[in-house]
Design a binder for this molecule. Structure first.
Ligand SMILES: C[S@@+](CC[C@H](N)C(=O)[O-])C[C@H]1O[C@@H](n2cnc3c(N)ncnc32)[C@H](O)[C@@H]1O
Length: 227
């Protein structure tokens, strides 16, 4: 019998810790996806399906993407992007990790999604106000707390006038101090959720619900609308 497989969450945390200790807060994503492509690690958030809260939002809102554009932030292996593309949106999905982009293309060989490598913290200029729908799931919380305000600002930037931003994130109570969180992830406070809003990008719907897998963990589902 071989060695028992190491818990994928622990492998991911170890890879993350090495990058964070080297002051490279985003380098670990490529190392993790690259190790996963060689079978040496498992991507812990790869659900093999769209996020249930995204599916729930789609079922409730019934968006028609015909003639519209969508941008999926930190798209990982592509399941959320595929759901949005299936609604008719001309969908672009990006990730900082080239190996994640390759995994998404491998997972969805007949996809209509444009999978690209890009950094949320330095996005292409042409994405400014260019998308009718922007979907952000678990990317901001994967970044250290000191990077989150800049990341949150960039998440809203590509939302076009009249467009929608949907944010799904793990929730943290406001009275839990930053230094009590040993990330990744670094879940978002209500104040962080409020900070996606700007003068013309308004929070129009917010739910906080327990995770079915672990009811002690709560998740935000926040929808914003640009004037
Ligand atoms: C926790 S995973 C979530 C992936 C996916 N959104 C999901 O819910 O399954 C965070 C993702 O964000 C990507 N990411 C992290 N920092 C990023 C950045 N600065 N720009 C673009 N993608 C980033 C990572 O490579 C990873 O795929």
């Amino acid at each position: 019998m071989g060695e028992p497989a190491e818990d994928p969450d622990l492998v991911a945390r170890r890879i993350a810790r090495e990058s964070l200790d080297q002051d490279d807060p985003t380098g670990w994503f490529e190392r993790l996806y690259s190790a996963a492509s060689e079978g040496a690690a498992v991507v812990p958030w790869d659900r093999g399906t769209a996020h249930p809260l995204l599916t729930e939002w789609v079922e409730e809102s019934g968006p028609d993407g015909t003639g519209k554009t969508a941008l999926i932030v930190g798209a990982g292996t592509g399941w959320d992007a595929e759901l949005i593309a299936d609604l008719g949106y001309d969908t672009t999905a990006f990730d900082i990790s080239p190996s994640a982009v390759q995994a998404a293309q491998r997972n969805h060989p007949d996809s209509k999604v444009h999978y690209v490598t890009a950094d949320l913290l330095a996005p292409p200029a042409e994405w400014h106000r260019a998308f009718d729908l922007v979907v952000e799931i678990y990317t901001v919380q994967a970044l250290p707390i000191e990077l989150q305000p800049a990341a949150i600002k960039q998440v809203g930037e590509p939302v076009a006038p009249g467009g929608t931003l949907l944010v799904i994130a793990a929730a943290r109570a406001d009275d839990v101090p930053d230094d009590a969180i040993e990330g990744p992830p670094w879940p978002l406070t209500r104040a962080a959720i409020d900070s996606f809003a700007t003068a013309d990008l308004q929070l129009i719907q917010l739910t906080k619900s327990p995770s079915p897998a672990d009811p002690s963990i709560y998740r935000w589902r926040a929808e914003y609308l640009r004037d």
